[in-house]
Design a binder for this molecule. Structure first.
Ligand code: ZN
Ligand code: ZN
Length: 282
């Protein structure tokens, strides 16, 4: 399978993603990953892993991750899963502990539901959204948090600011920016019900099916067909839209050419395909 590297103005993303095979992405600036796939070596040192749902191509690497971190004596790994899958995943870990005699107590499995917020370091938080798929599924949104000087103090110099602070004046305000929205597996329901995904700087959205004749298959297995994305073309305000999770029945060239042919002009320059470099841009 081909490793994918995509650099946006604020994010360095690496990973790989084909439907039914394996999906994971690591974002270097966040030291976090979205989905774990079969747990490649690149993810073992990553301390926060946001798994979208329990399907094997997204989640089967969780016990291996725990085992590898235990082996290398790494502390503090956190694997986030949909709340409805958390208990089952903990049972799987307990079973592995029992049949292998290992302990996985350094890795915590944490259930999250829509509306939950997880702090990621000092400057980011991850918000949980609901994705619409065959099993309980989360989408994740990364928000950057900064404190910046309030507009009314923009003209003040350093000493004046210090003086204001000393007098108890609150000179800064919180500033938030949605940097990344990662859908995981979902059908077009998320396009119909979620407004935030259209606003985030980078959108990573699944697009399992692309050709004519596969529309029903997309609906039946609750995946997105490229025509669903095209239908909502006017709503995307994202700077970059990364399409992921293509069905393995399509070759790189078919994916590239077919999406290029179907893509509304308003999206063409912003779309990146989660494929090797030479097929990434339309
Ligand atoms: Zn999948
Ligand atoms: Zn799935």
């Amino acid at each position: 399978m081909d490793l994918v590297t995509i650099n946006t103005p604020h994010l360095s993303i690496e990973g790989q993603s084909r439907a039914g095979h394996e999906t994971w992405f690591r974002v270097r600036e966040l030291n976090a990953a979205f989905d774990i796939g079969r747990c490649p070596d690149q993810l073992i040192g990553t301390s926060d892993i946001f798994v979208t749902h329990a399907h094997l191509d997204h989640a089967v690497g969780i016990p291996f991750y725990a085992g590898q971190r235990q082996l290398h004596r790494m502390t503090g790994g956190r694997v986030y899963v949909p709340a409805d899958a958390a208990e089952g995943m903990r049972e799987i870990m307990t079973l592995y502990e029992r049949i292998t005699g290992a302990t996985f107590d350094e890795v915590e499995v944490i259930g999250l539901a829509a509306g939950d917020v997880v702090r990621l370091g000092k400057t980011h938080e991850v918000r949980v959204h609901r994705a619409t798929h065959r099993v309980a599924a989360n989408a994740y949104e990364v928000i950057e948090l900064r404190h910046r000087l309030r507009d009314e103090f923009a003209g003040c110099d350093e000493h004046e600011i210090m003086e204001l602070r000393r007098n108890g004046v609150s000179v800064t305000e919180e500033w938030r920016r949605s940097m990344l929205f990662y859908t995981g597996d979902t059908d077009r329901g998320i396009l119909e019900t979620n407004d935030e995904l259209y606003q985030s700087e980078v959108l990573m959205i699944e697009c399992s099916f692309i050709t004519t004749g596969h529309e029903e298959r997309a609906a039946k297995y609750r995946h997105i067909h490229f025509d669903d994305i095209a239908e909502f073309a006017g709503r995307f305000e994202n700077e970059t839209i990364v399409l992921t999770h293509f069905s393995r029945r399509y070759s790189h060239a078919v994916i590239h050419d077919e999406i290029r042919r179907r893509c509304p002009a308003v999206l063409r320059d912003r779309i990146r395909l989660a494929l090797p470099e030479r097929y990434q841009r339309l």
